[in-house]
Design a protein around this ligand. Structure first.
Ligand code: PRP
Ligand code: MN
Ligand code: MG
Length: 182
């Protein structure tokens, strides 16, 4: 995949940029959690690539677990209605939980997820996200690890989809407008 996909208007973050930034975040996480390693909670499906690559940059005995929630449906906007499609298999009582996300857009998914996970009696819950969009500032959530602040454009690739496609692109790109407008 040397040439960008034809539906990609431009590449926002290439493989090297993503790899380098995740290595930095992984180093910070390794230092911050040296005393009590976290359980990484990847949010399916978008976070699969971030989870796989970030976890390998964390030099600790971490557990990896998954939750599947969905808020976008097949459109381009978050509805705020979050559904649990798959719950954690682990009990997170008294655990350090680190949520791993691909993107925080409106922030509604994480706002909901944070209160859901906090109700289970964890020791601590933090968030690591590869991308954050400007609208996320409107929701009051502290995000400890942010890879990149990005402009308010519809992005795909590296786990991020449009109507379930493009997740396998190895970079983050801006989706061509003509694909979702008519
Ligand atoms: C996307 C993305 C985040 C969330 C961010 O997931 O992966 O989880 O939306 O949007 P928000 O901050 O506006 O809530 P989506 O619901 O599309 O499910 P997916 O991960 O399976 O694609
Ligand atoms: Mn998601
Ligand atoms: Mg999606």
């Amino acid at each position: 995949q040397t040439h960008p996909h034809p539906d990609v208007e431009r590449v926002l973050l290439d493989e090297q940029q993503i790899r380098d930034r995740l290595a930095e975040l992984g180093e910070r996480i390794t230092a911050d959690y040296a005393d009590e390693p976290p359980i990484l909670v990847g949010v399916l499906k978008g976070a699969v690539m971030v989870m796989a690559d970030l976890a390998r940059q964390v030099d600790l005995k971490v557990e990896m677990d998954w939750m599947a929630v969905s808020s976008y449906g097949s459109g381009t906007k978050s509805s705020g209605v979050v559904r649990i499609l798959k719950d954690l298999s682990a009990d997170i009582t008294d655990r350090n939980v680190l949520i791993v996300e691909d993107i925080i857009d409106s922030g509604l998914t994480l706002k909901w997820l944070l209160s859901n996970l906090r109700s289970r009696g964890p020791r601590n819950v933090e968030i690591a996200t590869l991308l954050r969009k400007p609208d996320a500032a409107r929701v009051e959530i502290d995000v400890k690890y942010v890879g990149f602040e990005i402009p308010n454009e519809f992005v795909i690739g590296y786990g991020l989809d449009y109507a379930e496609n493009y997740r396998n692109l190895p970079y983050v790109g801006v989706l061509e407008r003509s694909i979702y407008e008519d």
